[in-house]
Ligand binder design. Structure first.
Ligand code: SF4
Ligand code: SF4
Length: 296
């Protein structure tokens, strides 16, 4: 089984639409939506959930007001300013403390220093992850709670579960819609992948983001491939990206034109391949052939 991860330097490059298009070209494949902060592969693949599981990225402190003596030690010790005095009174005293669950980083310092053992430290539920069926094959995806972090851990979990399914079912490919950017979630998306395709667009910010994400993949020992989306909106800059890629020995496997058929296909909950047999579809077919060739 070979794992292909599609990433981009930033959101909005068309990464997910391109991933969905590849989904309808790849046979015997499992899909993983690792863009957990803005998961939208499900909008096109229309998954039917068969298994739903809570995700806990770590534990959080919570003050048991009945046991709290209101000494304020925890609030003074918390480096993240996550504890405030003047919570609800516990009957015996005027003041108790309260933990702001969004600011709590789960370092457990307050738990260690509380003189009355008034702070519980339980796994926090940060979101849910799902195993689903789609018309193209199984898919593992997730929904992170509002303002929740730990998306790197969730990405690692999703990839692990998707790989497990791929191995159990004897699949040939795992295609991941990776996280954008260069932070922890994208590192979790690409570590150990067989091949990474970076989707970019010919804008100055796109070029800058591309440089960063290419350096990142190379630092993990993965040779990236590049897909320039909307290549015709700035042909000069597309040429610059191509010559820079050539200089670095990186293959540009597709130049896709700006095509509003992507949006129209998405509105129909279809991939571009399903929606249109036009020129962009033909280029995506050629791109998938390149991916297979590069995977050997
Ligand atoms: S350290 Fe314990 S007893 Fe003191 S305010 Fe915090 S929770 Fe209450
Ligand atoms: S666990 Fe750490 S971050 Fe959370 S409230 Fe306690 S001291 Fe603050």
């Amino acid at each position: 089984m070979k794992e292909v991860v599609i990433i981009s330097g930033k959101g909005g490059t068309g990464k997910t639409s391109i991933t969905a298009a590849l989904a309808s070209l790849a046979n015997n494949t499992v899909f993983a939506d690792c863009d957990v902060d803005a998961a939208d592969l499900h909008l096109v693949l229309n998954p039917v959930v068969s298994k739903e599981t809570d995700f806990s990225g770590g534990s959080r402190a919570e003050i048991i007001s009945d046991k709290c003596a209101g000494c304020g030690i925890c609030a003074r010790m918390c480096r993240f300013d996550a504890i405030k005095l003047n919570g609800p009174p516990n009957g015996a005293i005027e003041k108790t403390c309260q933990v702001d669950p969004i600011s709590c980083e789960g370092c457990k310092v307050c738990v260690e220093f509380c003189p009355t053992d008034a702070i519980s430290f339980e796994p926090a539920i940060n979101g849910k992850w799902f195993v689903s069926d789609t018309r193209f094959g199984p898919m593992v995806h997730a929904r992170l709670g509002i303002a929740e972090e730990n998306s790197g851990k969730l990405v690692t979990l999703i990839r692990k579960e998707a790989k497990k399914i791929a191995e159990e079912q004897g699949k040939d490919f795992l295609i991941c819609d990776g996280s954008p950017g260069t932070g922890c979630p994208v590192i979790a998306s690409i570590t150990g992948a067989d091949l990474v395709v970076v989707v970019t667009e010919p804008t100055l910010s796109g070029q800058h983001d591309l440089d960063r994400v290419v350096s990142l993949t190379e630092s993990f020992g993965i040779q990236p491939l590049i897909c320039i989306n909307k290549a015709d909106i700035n042909p000069q800059l597309s040429d610059v990206i191509k010559s820079e890629a050539r200089r670095k020995g990186i293959k540009v496997i597709a130049e896709l034109p700006y095509d509003d058929a992507f949006t129209k296909a998405q509105m129909m909950k279809s991939t571009l391949i399903e929606y249109s047999g036009g020129a962009t579809t033909q280029r995506l077919r050629a791109m998938w052939r390149e991916v297979i060739y590069e995977l050997g």
